[in-house]
Design a protein. Structure first.
Length: 253
């Protein structure tokens, strides 16, 4: 049956930025589809852990600061030690800094690029090496953005990093498909998250955004559940190097 292709029973998924928001919701969706979850975040993931275990799946909490690539190998090692393998990586961790480009600082550039793009690449590389060692293939899902397609305003490093996410997703798919590794991305539209709180609080910007979204509403974390399970499952085995926009029609307008 077709629904069996979406079944993730017995799979192990690493989800970065799993403490709240989009990362937490994607972790719960994967758990609901049958996967055990390794959550990675710099803060507490007690709520995510409770919810995943409430679904009946196992949850391993690994705290790490992904502004540096230093913790990556230890995360891989602890995952394999506890679960024996890795099947899915969700590169969700990311930050945003807002300022006019004319005044943007080197620190705000480097911090965003480090976690949003550098860590994403080297985490993917480390997991791909594990997939090749296992001989099983696997799934890598990167979290892109509307600013993978557009320029935006007042977020120069975020725009550069998310444009890079879409590009590196394509490159990795080209190189790793021969190992049965699928690398794809999800580009959330304007979602209700901490990152967009300043936009939603700005009455003029909020109205301008809503006026452009054909669906007429901000996206919710649960809107990513179907796409992430699809890309993590056997249902997407012939999808590679693609970025799926989950945007309520924003890019179509």
């Amino acid at each position: 049956m077709i629904l069996e292709k979406f079944n993730l029973s017995g799979k192990v998924a690493i989800v970065t930025g799993a403490s709240k928001g989009l990362g937490q919701r994607m972790a719960l969706a994967l758990a609901d589809a049958g996967a055990d979850i390794v959550g990675v975040s710099s803060g507490s993931m007690s709520e995510t852990k409770e919810k995943v275990e409430g679904i009946g799946r196992r949850f391993l909490e690994l705290r790490a600061n992904l502004l540096s690539i230093e913790p990556i190998q230890e995360i891989i090692d602890k995952t394999v030690e506890n679960f024996g393998k890795i099947d899915i990586l969700i590169n969700n961790a990311g930050i945003i800094r807002r300022a006019d480009a004319i005044e943007f600082t080197e620190k705000d550039w480097d911090d965003v690029m480090n976690i949003n793009l550098k860590t994403l690449f080297f985490f993917s590389q480390a997991v791909a090496k594990q997939y090749i060692k296992q001989g099983t293939g696997g799934k890598i899902i990167n979290i892109a953005s509307m600013l993978s397609f557009q320029g935006g305003i007042r977020v120069p490093s975020y725009t550069a990093s998310k444009s890079g996410v879409m590009g590196i997703t394509r490159l990795l798919a080209n190189e790793w498909a021969k190992y049965n590794i699928n690398v794809n991305a999800i580009a959330p539209g304007y979602m209700v998250t901490d990152n967009t709180a300043p936009l939603r609080a700005d009455e003029e910007r909020n109205k301008a955004i809503l006026d452009r979204i054909p669906a007429g509403r901000w996206g919710l974390p649960e809107d990513l559940e179907g796409p992430v399970v699809f890309l993590a499952s056997d249902a997407s085995n012939y999808v590679n190097g693609y970025t799926i926009a989950v945007d309520g029609g924003w890019l179509a307008r």
